[in-house]
Design a protein around this ligand. Structure first.
Ligand code: AMP
Length: 116
């Protein structure tokens, strides 16, 4: 019998079962403040549709993925962010902890390169 995939914390935030600092939402995604911020501005752009990680995305998700980047652009613009970094962690080795695709948007301090 196929196992039912466990719902992630992000699905519970999206459905309002768990509280979070939701700062923007539309029909595509929600933007929340990260609970453990790594920069003065650290938000997560989380699509309502669960895609576990970028490697699990389908070709048909291309439009959705593009819209998430446009949301990042709009968030940066409406918050007058001078510079910002977008991060998507794919897999445990890359630092992924929640298996529901999301884009980190970090800003408000100088960013080092290469990233850790
Ligand atoms: P990742 O490690 O790339 O999967 O990112 C998951 C992010 O979700 C981490 O930066 C966590 O700090 C953040 N996070 C986990 N739980 C919550 C929560 N309840 N509210 C806001 N952010 C969270």
């Amino acid at each position: 019998m196929a196992s039912v995939e466990e719902r992630t914390i992000f699905e519970k935030i999206i459905s309002r079962e768990i509280p979070a600092d939701i700062i923007f939402e539309n029909d595509i995604a929600v933007i929340i403040r990260d609970i453990n911020p790594q920069a003065p501005v650290h938000v997560l752009i989380i699509p309502r549709k669960r895609i576990n990680r970028i490697e699990a995305a389908q070709d048909g998700d291309a439009e959705l993925l593009g819209k998430l980047l446009i949301m990042a652009r709009d968030f940066a613009k409406s918050n007058d962010l001078m510079g910002f970094r977008l991060v998507v962690n794919n897999g445990q080795q890359a630092g992924e902890t929640v298996p529901h695709l999301h884009i980190h948007l970090l800003s408000g301090r100088p960013m080092a390169w290469p990233p850790g």
